[in-house]
Design a protein around this ligand. Structure first.
Ligand code: PLP
Length: 381
């Protein structure tokens, strides 16, 4: 620990963005007055409508979180227990864990280093008689190579799902994410761009998938309360929907804040050898909720982990997001023949270079200048 850390108050990655408190409290008061706190209340209905408008997709089913959403999506698409689902190893552990917990078998594909998303060729290599589906992940809100993945899925007659936990508000070929594949799943967890404390949403253009998920999130009950399937409790509460709606009110402002922060980071780190700020896809809208550096030890002379530790000592809680690759995490690391049958060189290379830094409304120009100074001094050795 240095004698005086640069920051006396810690800076975190993923500090919640909070919208207008007064409007939030008004919405919560409304729910209290109605005595309607959960079970598809008016705030949940309003959030679903807002999401269909924003994404242009036919259906939105609000959920308790994205992890449950991935499980419901897989089941609604007919992926059966014991079947394999191809998923990139470079993602948050929630993506494979959601599958594993539902009795499915995650099989890890590699990513391309430019988009950090599933490499369609690597996906196709892994498809075999046990494959039940594909789960792409729009990592850091940058869209997958959707068209190519859809071709692979179509060629093999497989459902294609997208973990869109990072990607609310992002576009692919100028179309909002949400309507691609069989379904896309957003997360509204507290650390995400739009938050509802805890929450998520499944978005789809498929009427049947939507109807199934809507029933399954409510213990398999139809709108007429007939029991039509097995189900679970994946409901979103009214207080979560209130937070989500208020959060969506400021979504454009948040993107502006994130983009301005990114500019300050780019200026502050310009010219440092071996250090790059990861970019979003050209010509696409993105939420810029993550600010991710890549530190190439060979070119910079300093390993990413050294920068990470130095920042920590100064109260800047950067995150190695994602390290290690999911294939090197519990429990998958113990069964490489099942979960990681092909080499994953790009996942492994990326996961030693990436470092997520604080952004969002909790940091400003002064904090970012300080973080950049710390990185400069660390590299100067
Ligand atoms: C946050 C996250 C999830 C899980 O979302 P929850 O709403 O917390 O369940 C899934 N996948 C990725 C890539 C995430 O970052």
């Amino acid at each position: 620990m240095p004698r005086t850390p640069m920051f006396s108050e810690p800076l975190h990655v993923g500090r919640p963005n909070v919208g207008d408190r007064q409007r939030l409290l008004e919405r919560i008061n409304g729910a209290l007055d109605r005595l309607w706190l959960s079970n598809n209340g008016p705030l949940v209905a309003e959030l679903e409508e807002r999401v269909t408008t924003l994404t242009g997709a036919r259906h939105c089913v609000a959920l308790s979180n994205a992890t449950t959403g991935i499980q419901l999506a897989a089941r609604a698409c007919g992926i059966r227990q014991g079947q394999e689902v191809v998923v990139p190893a470079f993602t948050w552990i929630a993506s494979p864990h959601a599958l594993e917990w539902a009795g499915l078998v995650p099989v890890f594909c590699d990513v391309d280093e430019e988009t950090a998303t599933a490499d369609p060729q690597s996906v196709e290599e892994l498809i075999g008689p046990r494959t039940g589906g594909i789960l792409g992940v729009h990592v850091y809100g940058r869209p997958c190579r959707v068209t190519e993945l859809a071709k692979v899925a179509d060629r093999h007659g497989l459902p294609l799902l997208f973990d869109a936990a990072h990607a609310f508000g992002s576009t692919y070929q100028q179309q909002p994410l949400g309507g691609f594949g069989s379904a896309e799943i957003f997360s509204f967890h507290a650390t995400k761009y739009i938050n509802s404390f805890e929450g998520g949403a499944l978005v789809t253009n498929d009427d049947e998938v939507a109807a199934k998920v809507r029933a399954m999130r409510n213990l398999g009950l139809s709108p007429d309360r007939d029991i039509v399937s097995a189900g679970t409790n994946g409901r979103m509460s009214e207080i979560s929907a209130a937070m989500g709606l208020v959060s969506m009110d400021i979504m454009d402002d948040l993107i502006e804040v994130n983009m301005r922060n990114e500019l300050w980071y780019r200026e502050g780190l310009a010219g440092l050898p071996g250090v790059t700020v990861r970019s979003q896809a050209p010509k696409e809208r993105a939420n810029h909720q993550y600010l991710v550096l890549e530190i190439d030890a060979a070119a910079s002379g300093v390993h990413r982990d050294t920068v990470h530790e130095t920042l920590y000592a100064h109260n800047v809680f950067s995150r190695r997001y994602f390290y290690p690759g999911c294939h090197q995490s519990e429990p998958y690391v113990h069964a490489p023949a099942v979960h990681a049958p092909v080499p994953l060189p790009h996942t492994e290379a990326l996961s030693t270079r990436v470092l997520a830094l604080p952004t969002g409304s909790a940091v400003g120009e002064a904090e970012i200048a300080g973080v950049c100074d710390l990185i400069r001094t660390t590299l100067a050795g």
